[in-house]
Ligand binder design. Structure first.
Ligand SMILES: [Ca+2]
Ligand SMILES: [Ca+2]
Length: 348
């Protein structure tokens, strides 16, 4: 977790707690537990696009999640974002004093005893999310931020429950529901562009940004292995069978091995958690039907009325603006009205 506000610290604590539970527990190998699937969708140039994120949870209720998506084509689209000012409050407890000065401290949550607090004001790039009608509707905390700060990635975090009551139910076992909807802005790319699909990649290699947990904080599909921290030693000077000078080397050839300790390596077990990238394909818009400014598929007197209403009476702009540009010069001017009149009533 890179977020540093209190709510997300709680999330991080939840994840860490979950991790420690997994380390000491057992995993159910080979049973599919969860599928996260970013939807494939399409949009026209210049449009806003809604990207559904689908979830299937076969074994556990889901009460917390974090995933990080990245776009591979920043020339085609970006996630819809806004800059927001966030006030982060941090609580610290001092571990060691030197006189009146604290020389060693550790971050704690507001619920813990603390010695001093720190308030930071940061500007962050917040992604637009839509939870209406989704599995996270009503959750107490759902948020996303662009870690890169420019909208080409989103780190999405959800917690059904914050520390205080009331308790919000998580997502019961279900298949194929929409977890959340991400919002994107497709650029007004030219019709001539050939490669028109942006991949939305879910980053699962770093568990700092990927995890699903049940209401008790147990992570789903995270496996941890204990790896011996091994050192290799080469003797450069023997006296009979006694080595007088050992040198540490990083592989064969070596004369001796020592195990200095053990490292715990955790990773996502992709046999029980399946993750699928998504995509947005930018369609080539159909050729404009010039003059059809009310967008009903035909050009007739009603379009003339629409134009006159817009130009002279303050009526609404055309919902299909390309059709308005009757003379195809890229601008909407009085000449488009003249063009349409001449087309409908050609000179005899
Ligand atoms: Ca029309
Ligand atoms: Ca024009």
């Amino acid at each position: 977790m890179i977020f540093r506000n209190r709510l997300l610290l709680f999330g991080a604590v939840t994840m860490i707690t979950a991790l420690s539970l997994v380390i000491t527990g057992t995993t159910q190998a080979q049973t599919l537990e969860l599928i996260l699937d970013i939807g494939d969708t399409s949009a026209l140039p210049g449009e806003q696009v809604t990207i559904p994120v689908y979830l299937s949870n076969f074994e556990d209720t889901i009460a917390g999640f974090n995933f990080w998506v990245q776009l591979d084509r920043p020339d085609i689209m970006e996630f819809t974002t806004a800059v927001a000012t966030v006030i982060d409050t941090f609580y610290w407890i001092c571990l060691e004093y030197s006189g009146p000065d604290c020389i060693d401290s550790v971050l704690v949550t507001a619920e813990d005893p603390w010695d001093f607090m720190q308030i930071d004001t940061n500007e962050v790039v917040v992604g637009s999310l839509d939870t209406n009608g989704t599995l996270t509707s009503g959750w107490e905390y759902v948020d996303s931020r662009s870690l890169g700060g420019v909208g080409y990635d989103l780190n999405v975090v959800g917690l059904a429950n914050l520390p205080a009551p009331p308790m919000t139910p998580g997502i019961p076992i279900q298949e194929g529901g929409v977890l959340i909807k991400l919002m994107g802005t497709v650029y007004d790319i030219p019709d001539t562009m050939t490669e028109r699909t942006v991949n939305i990649h879910v980053e699962t290699a770093t568990l700092d940004h990927f995890g699903f947990s049940d209401p008790w904080g147990n992570s789903i599909g995270i496996v941890c292995d204990t790896i011996p921290d091994t050192s290799f030693w080469l003797c450069t000077q023997w006296a009979g069978e006694v080595c007088l000078n050992w040198v540490r080397v990083y592989g064969p050839p070596y004369d001796s091995i020592s195990i200095d300790g053990y490292d715990i390596i955790c990773y996502l077990d992709t046999s029980v958690v399946h993750v699928f990238d998504g995509s947005v394909t930018v369609l080539v818009p159909p050729p404009p039907l010039y003059g059809d400014v009310n967008c009903n598929g035909t050009v007739d007197i009603a379009d003339l009325v629409y134009i006159v209403d817009y130009m002279f009476v303050g009526g609404p702009p055309s919902p299909c603006e390309r059709n308005f540009d009757c003379d195809d010069d890229g601008e909407i001017t009085i000449t488009d009205l003249i063009c349409l009149v001449e087309w409908m009533f050609p000179p005899q």
